[in-house]
Ligand binder design. Structure first.
Ligand code: SAM
Length: 386
């Protein structure tokens, strides 16, 4: 495919997204109908689509229309690309720009348009994050860096860097937390490489790594990961100490990869689709949330979240905190985490739990905002006194 044909394909996929199809599904649909596209074409179309969808509002403004074509014109304009070389109308290229598209919209975008958030979310960001709201929102408009976690059970950071380099993957130590690497080149090859296959590295965002590194652990302790999903956090904790780890999730299917991942990492994790009244020294609740700290990876989230859905998530989080707390052994700890930056899911949950649950003390609270250091993440740790 020519660069112009890739742009035309991305315009079609974005139109599908605008009609309500989730971005991954829209890309899959295009991909299935485009057997002629090679892997480089697919990667390029995917990048255009994700770059455009993250900046849906500002790009549509700069491109003059809230259509796939408008978004792509605005995006490429923001990227400083010469539009006349792509919008030629020749072959599979999109049609040349009309006079309105050439002129672009003359009016000044609203602040919410400029930072690419729906109006109500921009209000929330400002209320919750104050002077940091704009930096956080702007970070969500760009591609996320790719981070790896070095698994000390399998080798050192230097050994991981060597193994990655053998596969043409360049990474550098990331200062946020020991053992974090930022991939500089070859990110798409990581999961096919030796370092990954041998469990030397796992894909994990740096803020998640930093949060897990803050939790105090001792050999011999028991850990219950109450919302384990694919087990990313449980694996990070199990790599740090000799723990008795149990992974639980409402969805057994989501936990399917935990046994092979644990084998690869050289740690033991028991998977428990159902829990009895067992207790653990540390219960981790990595709760279902809006994902607002990770919207650069999942831009659908910011365009589809509604105030009602957020309130529903907050109710579920409060319920899960109470349920997870019942599994904490006397003298043990509850760690509550989200990948959200919204106070309703973070600080408000902490305050409400402390108010309704005597016998618990807040020992640690930390928020990471999306940016060069990683995604947005939140962690609070409570100790149980009784
Ligand atoms: C943020 S994800 C967890 C990610 C995971 N900890 C990781 O590091 O990969 C939240 C998880 O909560 C699970 N979940 C939702 N409701 C639940 C419930 N009532 N009980 C247990 N798990 C639940 C979801 O299936 C989802 O896997």
């Amino acid at each position: 495919m020519t660069p112009a044909a890739r742009v035309a394909a991305a315009i079609g996929v974005l139109d599908d997204c605008l009609s309500g199809t989730p971005v991954e599904k829209a890309l899959l649909r295009w991909s299935r109908g485009s057997r002629f596209a090679g892997s480089k074409d697919r990667a390029a179309v995917r990048d255009h689509v994700f770059d455009g969808w993250r900046r849906r509002r500002s790009a549509a403004h700069d491109g003059g229309r809230d259509t796939g074509r408008g978004i792509l014109i605005g995006l490429l304009r923001q990227q400083g690309v010469d539009l006349d070389t792509l919008f030629t109308g020749q072959g599979h290229a999109p049609a040349p720009l009309d006079p309105d598209e050439k002129a672009g919209r003359g009016d000044t975008p609203t602040a919410a348009t400029r930072v690419d958030l729906p109006d109500w979310l921009w209000d929330r960001f400002q209320a919750d994050l104050g002077p940091e709201a704009e930096t956080a929102a702007l970070a969500l408009r760009d591609r996320a860096p790719v981070f790896l976690r070095v698994n000390p059970r399998r080798g050192s950071g230097a050994a991981a860097l060597r193994a990655l380099a053998e596969d043409g993957i360049e990474a550098v130590a990331h200062p946020l937390v020991e053992g974090a690497l930022r991939v500089v080149r070859g990110a798409r090859a990581v999961s096919r490489g030796r370092a990954y296959a041998e469990g030397l590295v796992e894909l994990q965002d740096a803020a998640s790594q930093a949060a897990m590194a803050r939790l105090p652990l001792r050999d011999g302790q028991s850990l219950l990961d109450f919302c384990a999903g694919g087990g990313g956090k449980a694996l990070a904790l199990a790599a740090r100490a000799r723990l008795d780890v149990t992974a639980h999730d409402i969805s057994a299917a989501r936990m399917r990869d935990i046994p092979p991942r644990a084998d690869r990492a050289g740690v033991r994790i028991s998977v428990a689709p159902h829990l009895d009244d067992q207790r653990a020294d540390l219960v981790l609740l990595d709760a279902p949330c809006s994902g607002s700290g990770t919207w650069r990876r999942d831009p659908d989230g910011k365009w589809r979240l509604t105030p009602d859905r957020l309130a529903e998530l907050a109710r579920l989080q409060a319920e899960l905190i109470d349920r997870a707390a019942r599994h904490v052994a006397p003298g043990g700890s509850l760690a509550y985490a989200t990948c959200s930056v919204l106070a309703e899911e973070n600080a408000a949950q902490v305050a409400a739990f402390l108010a309704r649950a005597p016998g618990w003390a807040l020992r640690d609270k930390m928020q990471w905002l999306p940016g060069a250091d990683g995604d947005g993440f939140f962690l609070a740790r409570f100790d149980r006194s009784g």
